[in-house]
Design a protein around this ligand. Sequence first.
Ligand code: RBZ
Ligand code: NIO
Length: 353
Amino acid sequence: MHRLEEILRQIKEPATEMAEKAQVHLDNLTKPRGALGRLEQVAARLCIIKGSLELKQPTCGAAIFAADHGSALDGVSLYPREVTAQMVYNFLSGGAAMNVLCRQVDSVVKVVDVGVDHDFEDAPDLIHAKVARGTKSFLREPAMTREEALDAMMAGAKVARELIDSGCDLLIPGEMGIGNTTSSSALAAFFLQKNPAEVTGRGTGLDDEGLARKVDYIKGALELHKDLNPCDSVGVLAALGGLEIAAIAGYALKAASLGVPVILDGIISTAGGFVACRICPEALPYFFSGHASVEKGQAAMLKGMALEPLLDLDMRLGEGTGAALSVAVVRAAVAIFNEMATFESAGVIGHED
Ligand SMILES: Cc1cc2ncn([C@H]3O[C@H](COP(=O)(O)O)[C@@H](O)[C@H]3O)c2cc1C
Ligand SMILES: O=C(O)c1cccnc1
């Protein structure tokens, strides 16, 4: 049995019976019923995941999975492939948007080289987990072998385990990989059976002509890979995905297996979570969506998982940034649940049943 199977077997249905108890508590707080909207849902979902009404403020851990893409040599991004490695150095020195936003929510940030076409020296926050020096161009051949996809998933799972062992109980999957919005849109188009134009956006900022080329690229790739079996999610991931997307899927599945919630970020991180759910639908109750990306493929995948993003700030960066921002919302939900007075304790007349 592959080690992935072991992880999948450990993913348990969370304590859905806590939903009602959490709602009773929320309804006793000094506000009209339901008035805190989705904050209430977040608190209730955390109670379900934790199997308890005792919520503590989460300790957040983020991993930025970095990998290169063969497609980046074919002009699907506005930026050159070298930017992937250059941004890894930027993450390691703390200067990227993700570093700034993680500092705001006291989250550790690990950077994981799961497939960058560059050799990195050791650095305190760098995890070496290179599976290959980037993917192949999926317009011509599968992006990865099945073994590479599985190895990348297991690398992600190991990082999740390490973060959780170090005390993190809320995980963010981040990523860096020039070209990776193309893979994410291809996965969305394949699994959701959509025309690529419906799930493809401008990524780092392609103009109309660039976007049309990107859509054609995905159409060509879907034609090449049309015999893929949609039930073989790992096979589809290997053919169309990326090493960082596979790592995110493994990371999210491992977190779910350990009962730890995951906040998905933009289109790439959401693609990783989406593939994880295709592999194991039981993982879904552990996933949140941090924010709505401008990339339309993300909305399509979120709809497929019935997840609603917590924020919508017109962001289209990735790295984990929207998820990191949304930790403030999760923290607010926990504080409301724990700290608000009840009608009884505050002497306020409550609702009648
Ligand atoms: C400087 C820079 C920093 C980034 N941080 C995240 N991305 C984002 O852009 C890339 C995906 O867009 P596309 O598919 O169009 O290449 C990913 O690396 C994603 O994380 C960045 C992109 C750039 C250029
Ligand atoms: O939504 C994202 O994650 C995104 C959008 C554009 C470019 N990179 C990432």
